[in-house]
Design a protein around this ligand. Structure first.
Ligand SMILES: [Zn+2]
Length: 70
């Protein structure tokens, strides 16, 4: 199963990546592990989700995709 491609940032056109919250962050107040789509340039970020694919879809949706992409 291939990874879903992240669309470019809807705000600045920058390259997007999936930011992963790991245990290191739990010390500073995060309650759970999770993933979020994030922009390398302007640091726009989606909400964190425990499912990586959902985080990717949330980012792509924000990037202007209406309708479901499977
Ligand atoms: Zn951006």
């Amino acid at each position: 199963m291939g990874e879903i491609k992240l669309k470019p940032c809807p705000f600045c056109g920058g390259e997007a990546f999936i930011h992963e919250i790991c245990e290191d962050f739990l010390d500073v107040g995060w309650k759970m592990r999770g993933f979020a789509g994030s922009c390398k340039k302007c640091h726009a970020t989606t909400e964190y989700n425990q499912d990586r694919n959902i985080a990717i879809r949330a980012w792509n949706k924000r990037a202007g995709e209406d309708g479901v992409e499977e």
